[in-house]
Design a protein. Structure first.
Length: 227
């Protein structure tokens, strides 16, 4: 490994570790110390991930779906893992679920590209869209945390049970997690249903609850921005 690559890897590792610390203990702002801007931090992180061999998903993926949107967004949406469309295009939430997500965000006045950054717990597609496995989450999550450390959003919208449970370190079902605001250091996390779940379950009640969650996210976003 060239000295420059090694230095980069160490910087990235240090960022992740600092972010972990910050989530539980200390100042979130520490994670930006190494890079002057969120844009630069994310670009370096994405470059550093190219060719990532850290878990078995690397064998079946077409692309690493790093994340997309505004690096200075104050709202970050986190899903589970890329699907077939995302794997092919290298961008999160570009399939049917993504189209619904875009509409859900727009319904409360968020423009996806301008106001949000979108990512996933995993950056590579699990085969046949199976659920992520613990070793895959363990390998990939530090990179998501480093991304969050670079962006430092005010609100995280966790899309679906898997994202919410992973980020909150809980096994509580999504039906119990949604509708609530979870303080997470200087941010808040708001769980809601995954748009793919809403597409599979078109009942009015889930839709109504998702709408409530989106309004809650908007309210928290406005509240935290006005402080
Ligand atoms: N589902 C997810 O959880 N993430 C995507 O990027 C697409 C579909």
């Amino acid at each position: 490994m060239a000295a420059e690559e090694l230095a980069e890897a160490l910087r990235s590792l240090a960022e992740s570790l600092r972010f972990y610390q910050a989530m539980g203990l200390k100042d979130l702002a520490l994670t930006r110390d190494y890079f002057p801007t969120p844009e630069e931090a994310l670009t370096r992180q994405e470059q550093g991930l190219q060719g990532c061999p850290r878990c078995k998903l690397s064998q079946g993926r077409t692309t690493i779906v790093f994340g997309s949107g505004n690096p200075r967004a104050e709202l970050v949406c986190i899903g589970e893992a890329p699907g077939a469309d995302e794997d092919a295009q290298g961008k999160p939430f570009v399939g049917r679920a993504g189209q619904l997500l875009t509409k859900m965000l727009e319904a409360v006045g968020f423009d996806r590209e301008r106001d949000c950054y979108i990512g996933n717990i995993l950056k590579c597609r699990p085969p046949a869209n199976r659920s992520p496995e613990p070793d895959e989450v363990a390998a990939c999550e530090p990179f998501l945390l480093a991304q969050l450390g670079a962006i430092q959003p005010k609100v995280i919208l966790a899309l679906g049970a898997f994202a919410a449970q992973t980020l909150l370190r809980t096994k509580e079902p999504i039906g119990k997690l949604r509708g609530r605001v979870f303080p997470l250091h200087s941010m808040v996390l708001i769980p809601t249903f995954h748009p793919a779940f809403l597409l599979r379950n078109p009942g009015q009640e889930f839709k109504r609850q998702a709408w409530e969650d989106l309004k809650l996210a908007r309210q928290e976003y406005d509240r935290l921005r006005s402080r």
